[in-house]
Ligand binder design. Sequence first.
Ligand code: NA7
Length: 539
Amino acid sequence: MGQAQNLPQHVDAVVIGAGIAGLYGLYRLREQGLNVRCFEAGNSVGGTWYWNRYPGARVDSASHVYQYWFSESLAKKWRWSERFPAQAETERYLNFVADECDLRKDIRFGTRIESAHFDAATQRWTVKTDSGETVNTQFILASTGGLSAPLVPPFPGHEKFKGQIFHTGRWPKDGVDFSGKRVGVIGTGATGIQVIQTIASQVEHLTVFQRTANWSIPMRNPKLTDADRKVFDDSFHEMRQKVQRTFAGFEFDFQDGTFAELPPDKRHEAMEALWNDGSLAFWVGSFIDVFFETEVAHEFSKFAEARIRARIKDPKVADLLVPRDHEFGTRRVPLETGYYEAYNRDNVALVDVKGNKITEITETGLKLADGTEYPLDILIMATGFDAGTGSLTRIDIRGRDGISLKQQWGQEIRTMMGLQVHGYPNLFTTMAPFAPAAAFCNVPTCLQQQIDWINECIKYVRDKGGQTIEATAEAEEQWLQHHDEVSKPTLVANTDSWYTCANVEGKPRRMLSYLGGVNAYRETCETVKAKGYEGFEIA
Ligand code: NA7
């Protein structure tokens, strides 16, 4: 596999990350004539789909909207096999795009960016890699991923464990052999659910350590036929437009009207139809008031609860698997396949660690507060990510006057529409806080919209003969106020989850994803552009 060999010391743009956004950013910036270098910590392209190769990893967006839209011929050359493809297929797709567009020659793999410092005298950035190389660049596109800095709870005893510990976000390429093994999984978020339902039949014994139960929707995942693919091919242009104009960047949008105004006999029918679609339509394609009204969310909870209970043999286990502390849709709702049935197996045990916390990893397993020990050979941490900020704060980023992004965000997380941060000229970000993010956006939709905007913005600056562009403090403040106003009345923003930064101790709280909708966000971006990048200062 080819990759960038020579590292010029002076470039126009550095792209950090070769995931969905980084690849597209590299493609676009190169197309407009910039000298670009992309750096990727992994040994190949894929980002999320490179690192998260854990058993069961799969996309929760339909394949015909989880794709690039810049080339119809490219899209038609790729044939998805399923409605919701597994990690391996998605990774293959991103490799296919990298090859078709000859992107690898400008990517340095196996190289992590350690620091990026802005020099006010030259108005340029100095970027350093973990292999000691230095590159000087005018622009940085940090496409480092919204969910790519893994979180491992600081349980004492980690180093004592004689078995193997894996975080799902750093899964070994060669896979893990579970046969004859006693396996423990910590975490029952979107990732934990996919792992558990997949490995339950492969392990000798599985113990699931659950702190919070999550709502989930049964996935309907048919194999795609040539006829399906022809429909997608024929609707390429229509769908490219559509996904940019829905609330969450999917092929579906909210239903007309509110749930509350539906007559009671129509409510069940409406929920049933959405549920049977087997997609996130039951959530971000349902009714807008599910996100605002506890009573409405509660009706959705009751509907889902009945369906969960019907699938679990032991009512005590069902009691644990039905969320008690939050209503449906107030945290990320994953899709599942046979998740609840996994708990009907004799070799699977569910342990509630909400009250009786995990206190220690021992030589032979896990210990809880009441002293109970669970012997394990393999421990899987499906414990999530430092979302939105973690992938940026682990790089030593210093803007004007040496200000550190890590320090700044340690006090308060601020961005201008998730595209820039005041104080960091020419540094652009994708999937950063306060833009639409995971599952409140079908991620490729938002990433491509952001990259297109950034690409045109850079072109504008260069055409004007500008050296730098930087979000003003006032515009950033206005955006934050707007973001807070939009989030405040929602149930999501008032529930603990990674969306609200509650999963990282000490992290300043703020709803990470912009909840005004993908369509509204795109329109605001368009307006900013039409007004000559209003809210940004070009110098
Ligand atoms: P999540 O959704 O953040 O889930 C992490 C899980 O790990 C969650 O169930 C946590 O429980 C659990 N956790 C974390 N720390 C602990 C400790 N100390 N003890 C017990 N349990 C713990 O991460 P995912 O990887 O599943 O998903 C992240 C996103 O990636 C997902 O939404 C997709 O969009 C892709 P908690 O809920 O905090 O009680």
